[in-house]
Write a protein that binds this ligand. Structure first.
Ligand SMILES: Cc1cc2nc3c(=O)[nH]c(=O)nc-3n(C[C@H](O)[C@H](O)[C@H](O)COP(=O)(O)OP(=O)(O)OC[C@H]3O[C@@H](n4cnc5c(N)ncnc54)[C@H](O)[C@@H]3O)c2cc1C
Length: 409
């Protein structure tokens, strides 16, 4: 049996390890366009803020490929896939045949469409090579601009502030973390960032950069000019699936997989940020681009590829972050639109120092935002995963001492 794994991120690595638990002899080829050892992508923001050295990034030892009997093909991008002949073509035109294929190519930063993107000092934050360049640029940078108020944007802004730069965070939506939290929690996060010395501009985007070889300013859609000598773009990610033939493999936002993480083509699985699976809380397909989901999906895909049928229960968004004095935990579909018919119960908010909102659909908990009262997050998560009905009054659900654990089956 010949297994080919595209992508040497956490999903690809966990898949290879799972295959080896069942198949010691099969050939495993791992193709990755990064040449660095498999590493912790979330940790690159700690390298940026200076709390971790670059050499702490690898998550596997230097002999990983050898000890797992994996043939690494690194520094190469898969550029096309011939499903009928079971063959992958790489950027240097070489071809690799496979019996089983895993697409674990992760995601790429969502590109910013602005004039003069080629100026020096403008970066994305996704790879170890990005962070290496950013750390090198810190010695001459004074004023930074971070574009994007999601998790990665906040981490980048925090890191640069910690490095002593003057930082402006520019957010297109009305408040930070708008994909993860509702407006009340978002405003609490915004107040905390402002209180800590970050300049935050909301409802704005960048249409051009200015400079002479190196960036010196950004021009916003309202025409204002923001001087800066370093820019980090963190406007989300898109699944890395350009090479996938849509006539053979169902692709929506991500590569669509079934409950065994198999794509619509026999013998081809997908896992991690590139895969679109069922989201437990939303009840529909979704791409939850999260490290733990990528690890679990990789493992389950690997087992299925090696012949042991294992069902993937579905993904769910979950994020924990500390924004200075605020502990924020978000679960599931935490910010539904009014047309989705959800019941939202909440308590606390700005001025109270804490906040809790629960999102219910037909009495089932589908989302939650907890700010500075994250203690019962694990129980809420279990209630969501098990789709336990919460037939309780708002006052009961919001009572500060209510123990959600008593509802678990
Ligand atoms: C700064 C930052 C902080 C983060 N923090 C968190 C966090 O706190 N918690 C959390 O849950 N998640 C976090 N994430 C997200 C998390 O890192 C991803 O969900 C996870 O890395 C996905 O793993 P993956 O293996 O699916 O993809 P990736 O890690 O993207 O790996 C895919 C690999 O495939 C390679 N590749 C892509 N296309 C091709 C191709 N055509 N041919 C060959 N190789 C290819 C890529 O270069 C890459 O090396 C963070 C991400 C970033 C950038």
């Amino acid at each position: 049996m010949k297994y080919v794994i595209l992508g040497n991120g956490i999903a690809g690595v966990c898949a290879a390890e799972a295959i080896r638990t069942l198949d010691l002899e099969g050939e495993i080829v791992m193709v990755g366009d990064e040449t660095f050892l498999p590493y912790s992508r979330p940790m690159i923001s700690y390298v940026l803020d200076g709390s971790e050295p670059h050499d702490k990034l690898p998550i596997r030892p230097a002999d990983f490929y050898e000890s797992m009997k994996i043939k690494p093909v690194l520094g190469q991008r898969a550029v096309s896939l011939d499903v009928e002949n079971r063959r992958v073509q790489l950027a240097d035109s070489t071809c690799i045949d496979y019996d089983r294929l895993l697409i674990a190519t992760g995601a790429d930063p969502r590109p910013l469409r602005a004039a003069h993107m080629d100026l020096g000092g403008i970066f994305y934050l996704r790879t170890e090579s990005h962070v290496r360049q950013q750390v090198a640029a810190l010695s001459t940078a004074r004023r930074a601009l971070v574009l994007g108020g999601g998790l990665v944007g906040l981490k980048a802004a925090y890191a640069l502030l910690k490095r002593g730069l003057e930082v402006t965070l520019l957010i297109t939506s009305g408040y930070p973390l708008s994909l993860q939290v509702d407006e009340i929690a978002g405003k609490m996060v915004l107040d905390e960032l402002l209180r800590r010395g970050l300049k935050v501009l909301v409802g704005r985007s960048v249409r051009a950069f200015e400079g002479n070889g190196v960036v010196r300013a950004a021009v916003t859609d309202t025409g204002s000019r923001l001087p800066c000598d370093m820019v980090i773009i963190a406007k989300g990610v898109l699944p890395s699936r350009d090479f996938i033939p849509r006539q053979h493999i169902h692709v929506d936002l991500g590569v669509v997989v079934d409950d065994h993480l198999q794509t619509s083509a026999a013998g081809i699985h997908a896992a991690g940020d590139v895969a679109e699976s069922v989201d437990i809380s939303r009840g529909c397909r979704w791409v939850n681009a999260l490290w733990p989901e990528a690890a679990v999906q990789g493992r389950i895909a690997g087992l299925n590829m090696a012949g042991r049928p294992v069902v993937y229960p579905g993904s769910m968004s979950r994020n924990v972050l500390r924004v200075y004095d605020l502990d924020v935990l978000t679960l599931g579909h935490a910010n539904p639109g009014p047309e989705e018919g959800c019941r939202i119960v909440w308590s606390g908010g700005p001025g109270k120092g804490r906040y809790r909102s629960l999102v219910l659909k037909d009495d089932i908990l589908v989302g939650a935002v907890l700010v500075n009262q994250v203690e019962q997050g694990g129980v809420l998560c279990a209630l969501m995963e098990n789709r336990v009905p919460l037939r309780l009054s708002t006052s009961r659900l919001m009572a500060p001492d209510f123990n959600f654990a008593c509802l678990l089956p």
